[in-house]
Design a protein around this ligand. Structure first.
Ligand SMILES: Cc1ncc(COP(=O)(O)O)c(C=O)c1O
Length: 387
């Protein structure tokens, strides 16, 4: 048996997405920039997909730019805002995904002022601190804060940050890679300039995403070349990916309520099982209703097995993660876990993350295997029951 509890790293493709993508692969091979009928057909497929993505987040069609995924979208928003919109100061946090963190680090080396908000023990920023930073400066500022943290699931009050940015004339970018397709998002009701999406987080293909760019914050081309993506990102479109992303996003929006209920049930069940089984287990994520419902970040007490815990789980058929996918292989320690000061005194954080394909039986399997790996942490009454 293999249990995949790592959907925050990536998700499996929905069968419907595979069907639609392979159909286009087989039948629609024209270049969308060609003016003949084969090209025009594929152009209309791409534009239909753009409409689906725009509708899913309440944007206009002209505000959606297809990219290679969340990383590129975040790079594009941050770098182009500095280059083209006069941004001289970025306010971000210490727990952003590497693709935001490292982009901001680079911009800082190039002369942009960067302010990094600290977070509390559950990964939340101090909104008053953000407001006072915005109040006390006339420098053109962009706020870049992630909607949901991919490691511990903390959610940003994105509406509140949007209003603060509006009140102080700042641009607002949010890395929404973990929330597009998982939470209702309506940019028409929000004050936001840039928002990023990666299709593989909601059962779409890898290597495709989009950047929402508000019509009032349009930048210069990010990739120079042909006129694709309205001159913004040159290169023949990833047509199959774009189609797969649209199908996956439409399904995610249509089925959102059922998926949320199912996944919340799985997460609560696992949380209860773990709390009942293990002595002094803690959870890094905020309460069920406040955080990203797909993520359960657990924190185990000190044990000699801790360092190898992920490897033991893997051998027993369980995919989980120690942090973001980039660091899970090397298990180099996570900047997010460090920021919330969670892994003190030999404790160990493991992220389990779910999709609507997961089942309670899988939870039973994982908890059973954890008991085998960590018998010394199992509550006494549990051990008696087992005997
Ligand atoms: C919050 C967050 N931002 C950005 C990314 C990067 O997205 P992509 O893998 O599509 O480049 C990820 C994926 O791990 C993520 O979780």
């Amino acid at each position: 048996m293999r249990v995949y509890f790592d959907s925050a790293a990536t998700t499996q493709l929905a069968p419907e997405v595979i069907t639609e993508m392979t159909k286009v692969m087989a039948e629609d091979y024209g270049n969308p920039s060609s003016i003949h009928a084969d090209g025009r057909k594929v152009r209309s497929i791409v534009e239909e997909a753009r409409k689906t993505c725009a509708t899913a987040i309440g944007a206009s069609i002209g505000e959606i730019f297809f990219t290679s995924g969340g990383t590129e979208s975040n790079n594009m928003a941050l770098k182009c805002a500095v280059r083209d919109l006069g941004v001289k100061r970025i306010i971000t946090s210490t727990v952003e995904h590497h693709c935001v963190m490292h982009t901001v680090d680079r911009l800082e080396k190039e002369g942009v002022e960067v302010l990094r908000l600290e977070v509390n023990h559950i990964g939340q920023i101090d909104y008053d601190a953000l407001e006072s930073l915005l109040e006390n400066s006339s420098t053109k500022t962009m706020v870049s804060l992630m909607h949901a943290n991919n490691e511990i699931g903390t959610l940003l009050d994105i509406e509140r940050v949007g209003l603060l940015c509006k009140a102080h004339g700042a641009l607002f970018h949010s890395d929404t890679v973990q929330t597009v397709g998982h939470f209702p998002i309506d940019v028409s009701e929000m004050h936001i300039h840039f928002l990023s999406c990666g299709a593989h987080k909601f059962h779409g293909p890898k290597g495709v995403g989009f950047l929402y760019m508000n019509a009032n914050a349009i930048v210069e081309p990010f990739i120079d070349g042909g006129a694709q993506e309205r001159n913004m990102r040159a290169g023949t479109e990833n047509v199959y990916g774009i189609v797969g992303q649209a199908v996956a996003l439409r399904m995610a929006v249509d089925e959102m309520e059922e998926r949320i209920n199912h996944i919340k049930g799985i997460k609560q069940y696992m949380k209860d099982q773990l709390a009942d089984t293990f002595e002094d287990i803690r959870f890094n994520c905020p309460g069920m209703d406040k955080g990203l419902y797909t993520v359960l970040n657990t924190n185990f007490p000190a044990s000699s097995k801790n360092e190898m815990l992920l490897m033991h789980l893997d051998i027993l058929g369980i995919s989980a993660s120690g942090g973001s996918a980039c660091s899970s292989g090397a298990d180099a320690g996570s900047h997010v876990i460090q920021a919330i000061k969670s892994d003190q005194d030999g404790r160990k954080s493991i992220r389990f993350s779910f999709s609507h394909y997961n089942t309670k039986e899988e939870v039973d399997y994982v908890v059973g295997k954890l008991k085998e790996i960590l018998p010394e942490l199992v509550k006494k009454n549990e051990t008696v029951l087992e005997a």
